[in-house]
Design a protein around this ligand. Structure first.
Ligand SMILES: Cc1cc2nc3c(=O)[nH]c(=O)nc-3n(C[C@H](O)[C@H](O)[C@H](O)COP(=O)(O)OP(=O)(O)OC[C@H]3O[C@@H](n4cnc5c(N)ncnc54)[C@H](O)[C@@H]3O)c2cc1C
Length: 259
């Protein structure tokens, strides 16, 4: 029987605006244990709410956990994080999970994502020894956010559209030999890329990890589906990463599932 806590309480110690759309929160917490997987995420429940939203652990050391939160036009966490007086609040965070898992023979990494994926791409690039290429679709100027060891292409988000990352991936040149492709961002773009990787590039599912981090909609997201249980159940059933993330994308809202 596991005696590990699955939820932790965390206090917001600092709030720093890294750019117009990215807010860094430094949290103090006790008993948290990182998985060490560089794209690990936690669920975060802000004061007065019961739904969680998922955030990458940008770093964790000495009971200090850092998350970088994107401000959207509207949103449950967005509305809380824009307030400077969020410092001092107590949050609930869930047990971390990660899915980045390159094969042993990978000779390179390709990382693709939008601003919500930037924390994970930074942590992956900081911790790998593999040559790494990154495509980051980000409106804000964050020139020092990604490590200088990575070969980075900054892309402007298309005006009036959420993302054009799927189109970008379909046109980039791929390195020779075995490697690992990691991508996260808007779910419809991610579904398109999974199809491209499977049908056009014919990659085995062990060679990539593509995650829908958010869904385009016109209001606060009513859904909050924890990727953790879907990930664990999928692994237990022997499903490929691709099949697991397709299940995540198709999962009903938790409140709908209860209704
Ligand atoms: C494994 C995982 C790791 C993640 N890591 C991070 C991270 O480190 N930092 C981070 O900021 N986010 C991260 N996300 C994404 C984040 O959970 C979602 O963007 C979440 O919806 C934001 O919550 P909110 O309460 O601000 O907005 P919500 O109430 O969920 O949504 C409000 C509105 O904003 C829109 N919206 C949500 N996300 C975006 C977006 N990216 N761009 C434009 N519109 C958007 C929705 O469509 C909706 O209309 C991660 C998601 C997953 C699954």
């Amino acid at each position: 029987m596991s005696t590990r806590a699955s939820q932790f309480s965390a206090r917001v110690e600092r709030r720093d605006e890294l750019s117009p759309h990215l807010v860094r929160l430094t949290l103090s917490t006790e008993g948290f244990a990182s998985t060490g997987v560089p794209d690990e995420w936690v669920g975060l429940v802000v004061p007065g709410q019961f739904q969680s939203r998922y955030y990458t652990v940008r770093s964790y050391a000495d009971d200090e956990l850092v998350v970088d939160v994107v401000r959207h036009e509207i949103g449950l966490v967005t509305e809380w994080v824009v307030r400077e007086d969020c410092v001092g609040s107590t949050l609930t965070i869930t047990e971390p999970k990660g899915s980045f898992d390159p094969p042993a023979d990978a000779g390179w990494l390709m990382l693709v994502g939008d601003l919500t994926a930037l924390p994970a791409m930074a942590r992956i690039a900081e911790t790998t020894e593999l040559p790494t290429r990154i495509w980051a679709e980000v409106a804000d100027a964050l020139p020092d956010y990604l490590p200088a060891t990575a070969d980075v292409t900054w892309l402007d988000p298309p005006p009036g559209e959420h993302s054009r990352l799927a189109e970008v991936v379909e046109t980039v040149a791929w390195p020779e030999g075995p490697g690992y492709f990691w991508m996260a961002g808007e779910s419809a773009q991610m579904r398109a890329i999974r199809k491209h990787l499977m049908r056009d590039r014919r990659l085995p599912s062990s060679a990539y990890d593509v995650m829908g981090y958010w869904r385009a909609s016109s209001g606060r997201q009513p859904r909050a589906v924890d990727p953790g249980p879907i990930w664990r159940a999928g692994k237990a059933q022997g499903l490929s990463d691709d099949e697991i993330w397709a299940k995540y994308d198709a999962a009903p809202d938790e409140h709908e599932a209860r209704a």
